[in-house]
Design a protein. Structure first.
Lengths: 186, 312
């Protein structure tokens, strides 16, 4: 196998439209990219859609990657943008609430250490259970590191709304974490 | 309290920042389908040298394939009644010889085109031979094997059918015009429906009868099943309303063949002579795709589109 193929050659191959190179790129980064999609989408199906769109965008934008900065970081940004586009195009189907709602997902039995050690799958489940606006803001602020101002622009809301949504997102998550912990105590 | 809230951000970030999640193996198939649907990317000038090598390799491959085609079309028919499998075997050996990764892409594309051409016009030359009446008998008698005679008659039928068709695996362009809220889903996916069916079904023979093909541009008034006779969604939740995928007038067709695939192109349901009895019990809620072939008024027709299952 071509395990030692350089990143440079891989990118070149993809730009040329070499299907083999494109597949290698996909296989190399798919698990990292899918984790991003799973955070932003509310279901596995939706995450798959975002992933496909994201990679199509990646392949067509490779020529614009100026080789400065981290390639992985560049890929992540494109995937996050794909997630944002997906959110925007689904906006009218989405649920945006400022009221804390108590809809819990069925979660697998986890033997968690109290309050300190949660599995990634568990946390992603919690995120997917958030109302859609909360989920976007929380991801963009806490994990991608965008500012309130940038988030307001991305989501076309006011800065104060962005801040409020973030607060409610975290409050909802905290409540869910606390409830799960309480349930496990008894 | 506030500390806990602040810590939540850290908790999620630290755990999920570089997290990896496995995804379905079929995702590459979906991605590749979309990539193949694009026009070929023009190579930027910086890699002109690569381009030349690639072109040379592609030309070499084309020459080999043309030689193989000439062999199949011209040489072999004179020897025997050729079957499809024989032609494909020759192509197969050529495939095995060409394995350089740089060439793979272009060669695969031209091979796929070649295979499709072969499938749709398997015995073009034989039929044209048959048309010359004077030499008919002598041509046949030279073959000596009795089976070749019946082979030729079925070959003629195939050729007759394929005249009215582009390729056996494509469905007539009666793509349903969905006129309600599911339009968005349908229009987004219509453009790749055809390629999903072509890519996945290449070797299957999904036909109502042997090698059924389709007429294009049929007068819509003669169509027994109107586009609006097929629903976009049904709700199998045992409430007695829309619990099955019901296609109006399907019982009036002489025969039909229904295939349902999921978004990854996998067939999840298939029935010859479907009678509106599928309730989707073996799959989850979501969007699926139907491919319906049916015979109505002695015309072979087809419809395809999306069908959503929502149990609510």
């Amino acid at each position: 196998m071509h395990k030692n193929i350089s990143e440079e050659k891989l990118i070149e191959g993809c730009i040329e439209g070499n299907r083999y190179a494109q597949k290698m790129l996909f296989e190399k980064y798919r698990s990292l990219m899918f984790a991003i999609c799973m955070r932003y989408a509310k279901s596995k199906n939706e995450a798959e859609d975002v992933m496909i769109e994201g990679f199509m965008k990646i392949y067509s934008s490779l020529n614009d990657f100026k080789r400065k900065g981290s390639f992985e970081g560049w890929l992540k940004r494109i995937m996050v943008n794909a997630a944002i586009n997906n959110y925007r195009s689904n906006l009218k189907h989405y649920y945006n609430s400022t009221i804390d709602d108590d809809n819990f997902l069925e979660l697998k039995d986890e033997k968690d250490n109290f309050k300190t050690n949660y599995s990634a799958e568990y946390l992603i489940n919690l995120i997917q259970g958030l109302p859609d606006g909360y989920r976007m803001v929380f991801n963009l602020y806490e994990i991608e590191g965008y500012s309130h101002k940038e988030i307001a622009e991305i989501m076309n809301i006011s800065i104060s709304t962005a801040k409020t949504q973030l607060f409610y997102a975290k409050k909802t998550l905290q409540k869910k974490l606390t409830k799960i912990n309480q349930d496990e105590m008894y | 309290m506030n500390n806990e809230i602040d810590n939540i951000g850290d908790l999620f970030r630290n755990t999920l920042k570089d997290h990896h999640i496995d995804s379905d193996a079929h995702l590459w198939n979906r991605l590749e389908t979309q990539l193949s649907a694009q026009p070929p990317i023009s190579v930027p000038k910086t890699s002109v040298i690569h381009h030349l090598t690639w072109v040379k390799a592609a030309v070499a491959a084309s020459v080999i394939i043309s030689a193989a085609l000439a062999f199949n079309y011209i040489y072999l028919p004179f020897k025997n009644a050729t079957t499809n499998t024989h032609s494909n075997k020759s192509i197969q050996t050529i495939e095995n010889k060409i394995d350089s990764p740089l060439v793979q892409n272009e060669v695969q594309n031209s091979q796929i085109e070649t295979k499709q051409k072969l499938i749709s016009n398997p015995n073009k030359l034989i039929v044209s031979k048959k048309d010359t009446k004077t030499d008919d008998n002598s041509f046949l008698s030279n073959n000596n094997s009795p089976s070749s005679r019946s082979d030729n008659s079925s070959i003629i039928n195939q050729q007759h059918n394929s005249v009215t068709n582009t390729s056996p695996n494509s469905i007539a362009n009666n793509s349903p015009t969905q006129n309600n809220t599911a339009v968005k889903v349908a229009s987004k996916k219509d453009s790749i429906l055809q390629s999903i069916n072509n890519n996945i079904d290449k070797n299957q023979s999904e036909t109502i009868s042997q090698n059924t093909t389709f007429h294009q541009d049929l007068n819509k008034d003669n169509d027994l099943i109107k586009d609006a006779d097929i629903p976009n969604i049904f709700t199998p939740n045992s409430d007695g309303i829309n619990d099955y995928f019901v296609i109006k007038n399907i019982e009036k067709c002489n025969s039909n063949h229904l295939v349902i695939k999921d978004r990854n192109g996998r067939t999840i349901f298939e029935k010859l002579n479907y009678q509106n009895d599928w309730d989707g019990h073996n799959v989850a809620d979501g969007v699926y795709f139907f491919f319906l072939k049916y015979n109505a008024n002695n015309n072979n027709l087809g419809k395809m589109g999306s069908i959503t299952i929502k149990r609510q």
